[in-house]
Write a protein that binds this ligand. Structure first.
Ligand code: CUA
Length: 304
């Protein structure tokens, strides 16, 4: 959890409680009115001078204004202050997250690290998340860390990411952005600081040349076929920018925006028919033979 997420939870529970009291009160008045039907004046009290107009002012104007102004003030003075964009000087790290239909590109400005869908941050560190988009409006939402932040074309937004303990926090695109909006998820891994530094160091490393014959054959398939025109693998000629950067692909736990796990035969089945797992995504089936496919996967699984 984080301070902003706790504030948001507190606000929503208070709003729920207040709404429940107002709803209960309205039901009670309705019940009184029903019990007093057919008689003049108020139930129990009877007919009194000016009482009707005062009741209308109290329940129709005073109570709603006091309740709404109170909740509005709390939301804007307390919650908005804590969930607002952080001051640049108050953060120790900037992460740039760019929405694509339908995956998240993750960059660490000032370094060469690029990854997709799995954001690593150091725990107990204030991180400045810059939200961008390459196409339509998406919205980054990691409920246990902060509120939603929209990605607007041509207008980067910022939000604070802070995890007060190490762990894995799930995030989701929260703005409908097309067919696979629901499969546009992400993980935020809050690592202990030394683990994070080791991860970042590894991510900056270009891929070394593959060693075995199967890997080399798989690499050729990747570079000569259509893969390299859409994907980047740093340290190789592959420079495509349509699909996710695949450098150190094996260090991710999931594929395709958390749609499938990155283990077992999933990678092979994904490449064989990407439209099966995520219909409408931009990756075509390549029509490779089983042997080619197997070698391609062997190569990709060596990208650690
Ligand atoms: Cu991206 Cu919904």
């Amino acid at each position: 959890m984080s301070e902003p997420a706790r504030d948001i939870a507190t606000l929503s529970w208070w709003m729920f409680a207040i709404a429940a009291v107002v709803f209960g009160g309205a039901l009670f008045l309705l019940l009184l009115a029903w019990m007093g039907r057919g008689r003049e004046g108020f139930p129990v009290i009877g007919k009194r001078e000016k009482l009707e107009s005062r009741a209308v002012v109290l329940f129709g104007i005073v109570i709603p204004v006091v309740v709404l102004v109170g909740v509005f003030a709390f939301a804007n003075l307390v919650v908005l202050k804590d969930t607002d964009a952080p001051k640049a000087s108050s953060t120790a790290l900037t992460v740039e997250v760019t929405g694509h239909q339908w995956f998240w590109e993750v960059r660490y400005p000032g370094t060469r690290a690029v990854t997709a869908n799995e954001i690593h941050i150091p725990a107990r560190t204030r991180v400045n998340l810059v939200a961008k988009t390459d196409d339509v409006i998406h919205s980054i939402w990691i409920p246990r860390l902060n509120r939603k932040i929209d990605t607007i074309p041509g207008h980067p937004n910022r939000i604070l990411l802070y995890a007060d303990e190490p762990g894995r926090y799930r995030g989701q695109c929260a703005e409908f952005c097309g067919l696979q909006h629901a499969h546009m998820a992400m993980y935020v891994f809050a690592d202990p600081p030394d683990r994070f530094r080791a991860w970042l160091r590894n991510m900056q490393r270009p891929e070394p040349a593959p060693s075995g014959p199967s890997e080399r054959s798989g690499e050729r398939t990747f570079m000569d076929g259509q893969c390299a025109s859409c994907h980047t693998i740093r340290g190789t000629p592959a420079r495509g920018d349509i699909g996710p950067d695949l450098t150190h692909l094996r260090s991710r736990t999931t594929l395709a925006g958390l749609t499938i796990p990155n283990r077992g035969g999933y990678l092979l089945r994904w490449i064989r028919n990407p439209q099966h797992f995520k219909p409408g995504n931009k990756m075509p089936a390549l029509g490779l033979s089983d042997r080619q496919l197997q070698k391609l996967v062997t190569y990709l699984e060596g990208l650690r």
